[in-house]
Design a protein around this ligand. Sequence first.
Ligand SMILES: Cc1cc2nc3c(=O)[nH]c(=O)nc-3n(C[C@H](O)[C@H](O)[C@H](O)COP(=O)(O)OP(=O)(O)OC[C@H]3O[C@@H](n4cnc5c(N)ncnc54)[C@H](O)[C@@H]3O)c2cc1C
Length: 426
Amino acid sequence: MIVKIGIIGAGIGGCAAAYYLHQKLPDSEIYIFDKLDRVGGRLYHRQIESITNELGATFFHTVNKNIMKLVTEFNLPVNEYVYPRFGIWNGSEIIFTSSRNSLVTNLKLLFRYRLTALKLNGLIKTAKKRVLELYQPNQPIYTNLKDLFTVGNINEWIGTPFDKLLRSMGISQKFVDEIIEPSTRMIYAQNAGIGSFAGLATLISSDGTPLYKLKEGNSTLAVHLAKKSNAQVKLSTDIQEIKELNGKFTLNYNKSLDDFDAIILAAPLEQAKLTLNFDIPSFEMRFYQRTYFKLISGKANPSYFGKTNVDEIPELLMTQNVSSVPFTVLENLGQLTQGNFLYNLVSTNPITDELVKELFQEIKQEEDHFWEFSYPVSKAIDDYQPIKLYKNFYYINAIESTASTMEASILGAKTVTDLLVHENQS
Ligand SMILES: Cc1cc2nc3c(=O)[nH]c(=O)nc-3n(C[C@H](O)[C@H](O)[C@H](O)COP(=O)(O)OP(=O)(O)OC[C@H]3O[C@@H](n4cnc5c(N)ncnc54)[C@H](O)[C@@H]3O)c2cc1C
């Protein structure tokens, strides 16, 4: 019988697993371990004056049914994430600027990209409909991701590069280069050749229905899940080794040994770097995208963008995939009390002082954040990492190869905990 379960990783996936396990196995003893000194993993915000800036996962969509359900259950206050006025920077000019009025933006898109803009709406509608099939009641127990994603025929997307899918749907190359790719660079810091499921998640998030973020920071959802699970949360605890003997897993932490009946890995295996004394199936390891963030209070330099006034720079500047563009996103997050603005500058390379000096005419304060494992380098795949690595050893973050989102990790947690409970009942 499963009595004591160890979960490695206190991100949204690990905390959701603890929550679902507590519901399904209320008598079990659950431990969550994280090497960081906080709960949330890639959910992390900084509060600067009245601005809550998410440095990791920023928003969720109403199509994310698991998140929506949990947020309602816990009565967590939300803010609408309003897409700022955006522009596309190609290294020498801002080639497209949206309007604050969505109707005007749609007309501008229609004018520049003709029928492509309409075809895209059709694709987004189909994508949403197929994704929602994942939430139909009475889903079976899944032992692998391929079976899970036969629902809605999502496997087809996972196995197709996004740019190829778009072109096959009649979306013009100009639209892919000028609008789609800057969006995938913003959401995943990667180009439009990512897997189509990840790409469609990006498109769905710009379908015009509201996006949300939690008022007190998205990590509060992970904190609530951990609390409601009654789990013992062990922070600043790096699990480096798991030993299995006679069906028990031994973890070595805080200078002592502790035995568990089951383990759930709720972190990318590539990041966790575990030493195991037992064999797990062999599969392809993923590369992870690194992202560098710089929060800057000050004023952007309009002349860098060929403008004379700060107001002429759109609040959200996305970028084309051009070698002369040394950043993926520059976002103006709002005005601070001293009259300066707070900016988020994002790049896949370290952000140099020279770049900051070029981009800003006034700099009051700077703060850096670095994600070594922000998202897997996404590509079309037909081979999934397994969600079960050994008897009573399960793996949530296999699901990240399909799309790396909060909802995906929660779906992974649900799938894995259903499997664990099922296998230990029968
Ligand atoms: C910049 C950025 C923007 C994003 N934007 C969005 C967005 O807008 N919307 C969205 O839905 N998603 C977004 N995402 C993706 C989303 O944040 C992740 O997919 C999700 O949070 C992953 O959660 P997780 O619990 O699976 O993994 P993580 O949050 O990474 O949690 C894993 C935890 O395991 C810990 N860990 C790893 N190895 C060990 C070990 N050996 N011992 C102990 N602890 C260990 C880590 O410290 C970490 O805390 C974004 C991600 C980033 C980086």
